[in-house]
Design a binder for this molecule. Sequence first.
Ligand SMILES: Cc1ncc(COP(=O)(O)O)c(C=O)c1O
Length: 329
Amino acid sequence: MREHLDVPTAMLFNNGTIALLVALKLFDLPEGSEVITTPLTFAATAHAISWNGLKPVFADVLPHSLTLDPESVEKAITPKTSAILGVHVYGTVCELGALQDIANQHGLKLIYDAAHAFGTRVNGRSIASYGDASVFSFHATKLFNTLEGGLIASPRPEDQEAIYFLRNFGIKNEEEVISIGINGKLNELQSAIGILNMQGISSEMQSRSVLRQQYREMLGDLEGVELQPQQAGVTSSEQYFPVVIDPVKYGRTRDQIYDELKNLGILARKYFHPICTDFVPYRDCPIHSVRPVPYVSKVKSQVLCLPFHSGVDSQDLIDIEAVFKRGIN
Ligand SMILES: Cc1ncc(COP(=O)(O)O)c(C=O)c1O
């Protein structure tokens, strides 16, 4: 994994959530301090902050990329802020330079939830080498998976040892425990599945890249259906194909399309809806934004991830196209 991700530290975990917990633990952030993150993510991102005795603070996303908006992050900073936890949601890369500048300026740690971005490169540089640490998930839903699994990557070789102890109860030897660790180890069966699955990922990525192109040709001209722009210099992780459906311009809602596809046995996903701030533990948390109404509050009911894997066949594509183009000449 060190080789594959081109980083000096890459430590395997039993799942991405425990890896996120440990990544935050690694930096000894002051208890009760605030970590700024996006609400447009899986609940585990916010939960990992809370389980560390830290406070998740939510900031808005950018309309074009749906990743954390640096200006909204700046607005959310207080004297209690200790870190930023960006998410490369759908494999779309965060504003790496702007977030790093903010982190440097305010003395904050910058951690990335890269659960969706395994294998992504930015101008040839591995996504895992940005920020202070990046966390990957190898859950069965991910392109590369170990059924359940995860990984922490860091650009510093010295983190390897600290992560090792945090991952394994803090055990140094038979008689010494040197830190308050957890059991985060990836087991042998998970590893064996990972080794097998590694052999298949490049052909799966190739199939998905063809599918991406087919979706683009099929949906690219539809008024009110916005596709994610190709980011310059970024090689895609080929994990998601999100579309944003504007009900006013398009004439139908995201939920209508979701239901129509479901009636045909085609399962799209309303990732991530509800967003974290809709969930009971975070319901009272504001979303800091430079906009009068946070963009994420609007887009959460518009975003839909289409089926994106090599099992999507030509009949599925015909059905998906028919649903999207119903009533459109
Ligand atoms: C953005 C994001 N972060 C964290 C996780 C948690 O990873 P895991 O399921 O491996 O615990 C997931 C998904 O599974 C995710 O999509």
